[in-house]
Ligand binder design. Sequence first.
Ligand SMILES: NC(=O)c1ccc[n+]([C@@H]2O[C@H](COP(=O)([O-])OP(=O)(O)OC[C@H]3O[C@@H](n4cnc5c(N)ncnc54)[C@H](O)[C@@H]3O)[C@@H](O)[C@H]2O)c1
Ligand SMILES: [Zn+2]
Ligand SMILES: [Zn+2]
Length: 356
Amino acid sequence: MFYIILLKKLKMKALVYYGPGKKSWEEQPKPAIKESTDALVKILKTTICGTDLHIMKGDMPEVASGRILGHEGVGIIEEVGSSVSNFKKGDHVIISCVTSCGKCEYCKKGMYSHCEKGGWILGYMIDGTQAEYVRIPYADNSLYPIPAGSDEEALVMLSDILPTGFECGVLNGQVKPGDTIAIVGAGPVGMAALLTSQFYTPAEIIVIDQDDNRLAVAKTFGATHTINSAKENAIEKVMALTNNRGVDTAIEAVGVPPTFELCEEIISAGGHIANIGVHGKSVTLHMEKLWDRNISITTRLVDTVTTPMLFKTVQSKRIEPKKLITHRFKLDQMIEAYDTFEHAAREKALKVLLEN
Ligand SMILES: NC(=O)c1ccc[n+]([C@@H]2O[C@H](COP(=O)([O-])OP(=O)(O)OC[C@H]3O[C@@H](n4cnc5c(N)ncnc54)[C@H](O)[C@@H]3O)[C@@H](O)[C@H]2O)c1
Ligand SMILES: [Zn+2]
Ligand SMILES: [Zn+2]
């Protein structure tokens, strides 16, 4: 009897990737502390990212078969390694999608995404959060404490989508008061860019997607114009809205060639194209049109350096990312949750939340 209980405790359920299109919710060994800087976290809430869909599509062949996916979530600390000093057993934490040692040259520059010992590894190079338990390396710098009484559903959006939309889209896109901006892609990440761009009061925010439901939601989140690029000519419409100038900032939040090329077409002289999307295919850079346009193009893997700042805006309800959650599931309904997020237009889905 004791033996069975012990065995049970060494196992957990997790979402395992077995190559493009193949995944399974199944029993796996429960992770354990490996390094003194690790924490073992019991997942309370997690979610699925557009990046997980890219992995499932085969856009990221570097992901090994057998990998547990997921890089977002909140949880409760089950155990900490001997040198973790910021957290203890029982603490509630936000898990950052980016793991950072806080000590290497890149971390010192605030570029956690390229931490020499971490970066984005969770649910990618090491096992992730779509599981009952996850091992978090460099816990002191990769977890954020949750004060008692916080709305933990809203805080799941701080693992990835809010810092991503803000850092890669809004900050890199240099959004300023009075600007006209376009956000291409109204998924959770595009919506996070939409919410956080409004810190800077742009005059016009044009959101472009092919999903009418997501576009309608974007309107309620502050989009001044929406364009369904499957039904309308997005380039002509943006030009008509901007006196043929184009937009000051074009934020790409999809990750396919046509949407990046759309940004190239609609950018005004002096504008900024801020890429967020994870790309699995090469994109044509139209230098024959852009060489004299004084534009900038940026790419970025989210650094999550703005998480503490964004945390305050969520806690004060200055922004309400919880409104992005459209579907709730139990953790062991993971396959159903993937199906819902993969068919977002059919299901009218934005962010799906899974609870343990
Ligand atoms: N740079 C980073 O650090 C980082 C971090 C997280 C996510 N991402 C990436 O951000 C992107 C968005 O993530 P998400 O979770 O919102 O994904 P998502 O799949 O939910 O959203 C993508 C949206 O793009 C729309 N779309 C697809 N093809 C289109 C087209 N041709 N024209 C217009 N719209 C189109 C879809 O309808 C959907 O609403 C993904 O590529 C994801 O991998 C990047
Ligand atoms: Zn992500
Ligand atoms: Zn580092």
